[in-house]
Design a protein around this ligand. Structure first.
Ligand code: NCD
Length: 318
């Protein structure tokens, strides 16, 4: 099974072979990027619109760079300034943009499910750049590529995902992807930040870092998503760091060659100690950012191929 989808809305519908195809394509782009040899004709003639209804630094920048590197015409909609502020609905905004005939629409939205809804209303390929607490597929793919490059494989690894799991779309997409690829997943969080129904995920659950990190190959830290919290989920940031923040003492329980990951943005001294984040022998955080561009190039390349194939079939010129 190869990746034939029209949209990239989540990890959930993907088959392991589709994930592997996306990662193999991204791996080739990662090498081309390092040598400054990205082919500028892959998305030439295509229009990519980035619609970010929520703040973003690395995701938006990397989608923009990915599109430009492959020759797309990229437009960033300033959603703060758009008609949404005048009361236009998400769907009306989408239909207006759709009428301008974009080919690729990259969307981030604070509501879970909003991007899926939008994808049903437009004729272009839609890429989910994060919807509420639901999914963030390109983040999970870039994490997977980073792990595969560091560990030489993406199966039978013991991977700890730690912190604010309840509010995290990164955790959800990663749990699905890493589970599909047959890894052992451990979730470590205070009970208040562990999602309900977590048992269905086929994961092991811990509320103690030292126990949960024992002999893992990968330690993935998550940001406290304060913007999605409506009450006191933690006693204080100081107390949280003490119990759940990754420092050298806690990391010592993982395998000696365990890698440390974080999707960013990082809160140093809250979920991770700054010296661990900057330790080039353990931290792959910068590599995650680099792989983000390659993964987004791969996703847009494969979606554009599928779109051209569909247009050829229906006799419409691509
Ligand atoms: C994440 C997100 O927005 O979901 N950031 C990202 O895309 N790199 C994680 C976060 O905000 O903590």
């Amino acid at each position: 099974m190869t990746f034939r989808a029209r949209h990239l809305l989540g990890i959930e519908p993907l088959h392991p072979t589709e994930i592997t195809e996306l990662l193999d394509t991204a791996q080739r782009y990662a090498e081309l990027n390092r040598h400054g040899r990205a082919p500028r004709d892959v998305l030439a003639g295509l229009t990519q619109i980035n619609m970010f209804f929520e703040n973003s630094t690395r995701t938006q920048a990397s989608f923009e760079i990915a599109g430009k590197r492959l020759g797309a015409d990229v437009m960033n909609m300033a959603m703060q300034a758009s008609s949404l502020k005048k009361g236009e609905t998400l769907i009306d905004t989408a239909l207006t943009l759709n009428a301008m005939r974009p080919d690729l629409l990259v969307v981030r939205h604070p509501n879970s499910g909003a991007v899926d809804l939008l994808a049903q209303k437009v004729n272009c390929a839609v890429l989910n750049a994060g919807d509420g607490r639901h999914e963030h597929p390109t983040q999970a793919l870039l994490d997977a590529l980073t792990i595969r490059r560091a560990k030489g494989r993406l199966h039978r690894l013991s991977i700890a995902i730690c912190g604010d799991i309840a509010h995290s779309r990164v955790a959800r997409s990663n749990i699905m992807l890493l589970g599909k690829m047959e890894n052992r997943i451990r979730l470590i969080a205070p009970p208040t930040l562990m999602p309900s129904g977590v048992a269905e995920f086929g994961v092991e659950v811990f509320d103690d870092m030292e126990e949960g990190l024992k002999d893992v190959d990968v330690v993935m830290m998550l940001r406290l998503q304060k913007e999605r919290m409506d009450g006191g989920f933690i006693p204080s940031e100081r107390e949280y760091f003490h119990r759940y923040g990754l420092d050298a003492a806690k990391l010592a329980h993982a395998k000696p060659d365990a890698i440390v990951m974080h999707p960013g943005p990082m809160n140093r001294g809250v979920e991770i100690d700054g010296t661990i984040a900057d330790d080039i022998n353990r931290s792959v955080i910068q590599e995650q950012v680099e792989m983000g561009v390659a993964v987004r190039m791969a996703a847009m390349d494969l979606l554009a191929r599928n779109m051209r194939a569909a247009r050829d079939q229906t006799g419409v010129m691509a």
